[in-house]
Design a protein around this ligand. Sequence first.
Ligand SMILES: *Cc1c(COP(=O)(O)O)cnc(C)c1O
Length: 517
Amino acid sequence: MTLHVMGRATRPDPSVEREIGPPLVSALMQDEPLIFELDCWHKTGVDFPDQIFGSDRDDSDLAGLTRGAPLRLPGLSEPEAVRHYVRLSQKNHAIDLALYPLGSCTMKHNPRLNEKLARLPGFIDLHPLQPVSSVQGALKVMDRLAHWLKTLTGMPAVALSPRAGAHGELCGLLTMRAAHEARGDARKTVLVPTSAHGTNPATAALAGYQVREIAQTTDGRVDIADLAAKLDADVAAVMVTNPNTCGLFEREVIEIARLTHAAGAYFYCDGANFNAIVGRVRPGDLGVDAMHINLHKTFSTPHGGGGPGAGPVVLSAALAPYAPTPWLVDDGVHLALIEHADGAASAALGRMSAFHGQMGMYVRALAYMMSHGADGLRQVAQDAVLNANYVKARLGGVISAAFPDGPCMHEALFDDAWLEGSGVTTLDFAKAMIDVGFHPMTMYFPLVVHGAMLIEPTETEPRRELDRFCDAVLDLAGAVKAGNVERFKGAPFHAPLRRLDETRAARTPKLRWTPVD
Ligand SMILES: *Cc1c(COP(=O)(O)O)cnc(C)c1O
């Protein structure tokens, strides 16, 4: 494959190229300037008629609000604009290019059918302030989606409006707080396992709680004795991820729920890993009081930087009266969204977001559910677990599995014991994966596993792609064992930028572009 370098790409170091061969993914080599840097401001892709910008423009309706100076939008011809955005679209690794092994993220293929349905004019032209009589079909979609989510989880209620998993966690905890407060019970603590996703303690803190950690056993699960010891009358909720972030099923989950309820607390389940159990386990049967479902993970809607996501929260009968508004109600003739249901409790929380949530994601997720059916969704979970175990089996003999005994759920977790003494770290290894055309796996998470590498292949990867990925990892592992440290320390060599200063990027990010002139 020839390498077509655009923009200001850093050329690969030829000595390294001789050693590791030409890059496999040329798209990663492009460096594209900002559109403002490409700008030639007097240029335009369209010739506007004089009435719009010329002297005979009619400003009489503008009440003096006429723009006094030109708007500094970047000026590009049409091909320049198209190329800019196409090059940007190729800068990132994408699920449409290759397997995307990020653990805990469920980067599965999103069927094109979802997109087709979400783009039907009846959906994309909707406005949230339209009269309710004109959006009965859209409300029906929400109602059907709610029905699927309740059925799959075995829970009686669902709040659709949260915009992401983390927002769903907040919704769940605020609902629990409202339920405690309704009884005059001002509990102050939330218990979270040490292996929890960072959003769990962050959410608990945002909801005004003190966070206490629950220890983990050596087999990667919640330490029940430690949980029982910490469950006092001040605990409002216990938050547990199941399957957990080590990719293991919490076998004692029913006991966790029982102990939690016996202490007067609620049981929050982080449902980000629902892909491993969808169609096979109903969280309602496990004693869960609230669980968010990341539609962008399990139900194949696009992941979007906190933007276009949706994280509905299913609720138990105890919490359902405290669900946020609006509520979708069916009077037998019409569907309606209402702000105040009967009973005082319903108004406690108010809204989690403007209007009713992310309609486009509802359509995509429902399309996914209906096209798979219950049997198809059950197979999703089976194949996701099978694929992860295939990866664990192929890699486990060479790189060290964090919990080697027994199968994993939908993600395979490795540690850095096998790198000890090699001079190569988890970070170095991950960066070297970019050079061979793969997105790195999740690194250093969960924190309880030293130098963690978490791989989630998902059910949508065929065996051929799993093998291509495993071959690449094993090949790199061979280079580690051969003592080829340079290949890792300097990686990535085949990317427009080399090793970034991640601390500086996080601490002093540049969020605004300032014109040079
Ligand atoms: C992804 C994830 C979250 C947060 O979900 P977002 O939709 O990214 O806000 C929470 N917990 C776990 C375990 C996750 O993997």
